[in-house]
Ligand binder design. Sequence first.
Ligand code: DGJ
Length: 731
Amino acid sequence: MKLKSSFVVLPLALMALSKSGALAQTVTIPIETNKNALVLEADDKHDLSTIYFGPKLADGKEYNHLSAAYGKDNDYTGLMASAYAPAGSRNLLEPAIAITHADGNQSLDLKYVSHKVDKVSDDVSLLSIVLKDQVYNTEVTLYYKSYFKDDVIEQWSTIRNGEKGTIVLNKFASADLYLKAGSFFLTQYHGDWAKEMRPETSQITHGIKTLDSKLGTRADLFQPPVFMVSMDKPATEDEGTVLYGSIEWSGNYRTDLELDPENNLRIISGINNYASAYQLKANESFTTPPFLSVLSANGKGEASRKLQHWARNYKLLDGNGSRLTLLNNWESTYFDFDETKLAALLKDTKKLGVDMFLLDDGWFGNKYPRNGDHSGLGDWQETKTKLPNGIASLVKGAGDNGVKFGIWIEPEMVNPKSELYEKHPDWVIKQPKRDEYYFRNQLVLDLANPTVQDFVYGIVDNLFTQNPALAYIKWDCNAVIYNAYSAYLKKDQSQFYVDYMKGLYNVLSRIRTKYPKVPMMLCSGGGGRVDYNALQYFTEFWPSDNTDPLERVFIQWEYSYFYPSIASSNHVTDWSKLPIKYRVDVASMGKLGFDIVISKLPENDLKFVQNAVTNFNGFKDVVWHGDQYRLLDPRENPVASVAYVNEAKTKAIMFNYLVNYRYDEGSKAPIRLKGLDPAKQYKVKEINLYPGTNSGVDENQTYTGDFLMKVGINPKVNSGRSSVVLQLDAQ
Ligand code: DGJ
């Protein structure tokens, strides 16, 4: 990281100690962003606590009054609000860090030593705070990276072993947050294949609520790491104080939300320490992945716009760039294709008007051809019987048709029925003395092993070296980890889950060093694997295998709280009987793709999709880079409505869908827009009209942003017009 300037805020804290060993004065450390302040304080005993997280104060000097204002009278540990609660000393609550020292002792008491702030850019600052145990040579540096404009804070820690022998990290969280409010409401998510991102909101009661994953890979299949905490009352779209949080880690994670005896909320989040005690040799250090949070006093909508903006600018690969629209062959051919079929699909890609053809699963394996999901995974050579002229001829064929070519891989996985498994059984995660147990007939490769990392890197590198014009990778990951055991790690099995993920990130960062921008989709048989650590390496993710557009209205709605639409790969498929228009409109709220048989489309359907692709190219910039406003919630209304507005407020796209098919349901009243310029005049036009149907809005009329935001416009959604897209252009 390049730091523009660096300065120590205070003289070395130890110099400020009085003779009694207490700090001469408390040290108050505010982290200010555009609207908020997270304030930490080291007291006279050098204990570092979080004393405030809320709207920033007009006069920064008044942060010094916070601890007196709130008091700590009933905290007889002195550590309830600890910025990084250590285990084994005075702490009586859930710790952020627990260590076994080289001599077997399990106590830790971290004291503030010093802090400094580095200015990374005009927008970004990095605060680091050094804490030290006074008995053992254990040092922890807490990092808080604040993004001023977006009110986002990332925090993590580095734990250093200064002892002579090996220590064991039994718990090593990234964040230990402390919130004060009258009551707290948690919105968490659960799911399964095709049922991703189902929200549940409940009041947090005393004790600990844990959100976690122990799946190893695709960790969030059951429970994604993202969550919201509303303060005092459940936040709505535009009202209420809400904090969004997520650990940036693609493996096992654990977030504990503990309502303490003082009625304050502790949020301790990090890598899951389940089966993962980590050894740290003398002089080694361990850096945890970042935990991110964004706080808004104006409801869920504002919090999500800040997070999406931050993601596009700082995290998601090529977040401000463009994306390729595509035709995928998975649902139209499954494993059953050959060169002739693909040649026709390349022509269809061109006919449809999208940028690229994406060849899915089933192109590899010779001794055990991948003609189904039971064999071939791991053998990344083209199946000669299906593709005698190889991928190279397909890439060329795509070019001849004026489209690009992308390819599917699942490089972390292996079928037992494969040459890879036969040659390298020791590369496979499995228990040596137990029966194998499969998820989709496959096992996971041991990325804790550097040789396996080289192999996985080589799959991607070979594809690009042999086919320099290859434009895209869909990186799938279907299996979870059963029978966790690495032949490579031998006796250090408790490092396995962490080392697997480090190995995966190592491969991805090598790929990105050599191929910095080539678009890659983070896929996982559904949205079982999306988080902000992985998204540094990927341009998009696959929210769900469930592409029924009615389901997608709900699934994409929930994902959008945390991830920008440019990252959401939405494909039009035949999962549902809903009209093609509904399917295309829903998929257009992100990165549009198709997985249908173009040659079988009725004439008007084909005309419609071709026109919709052209329209999409006209407004995609607004959907991908604009601000998203949720207007009508499908969980509360018969109609869902979502709008995207560009930064200049000159253009907006409003999507409206019928989600309740009971008699006479529809939009009965105007729907109020948000985010427009009240002073501007907007012309409203209905686009994506199915051939032969008429617009439901008066296109000769213009409206002020003021009118559209106070009164709104009725898209006239009903059972005959179940999906309506309106485009607003400032005049
Ligand atoms: C799961 C993915 O989600 C699908 O889109 C497809 O790529 C299959 N895997 C292929 O096996």
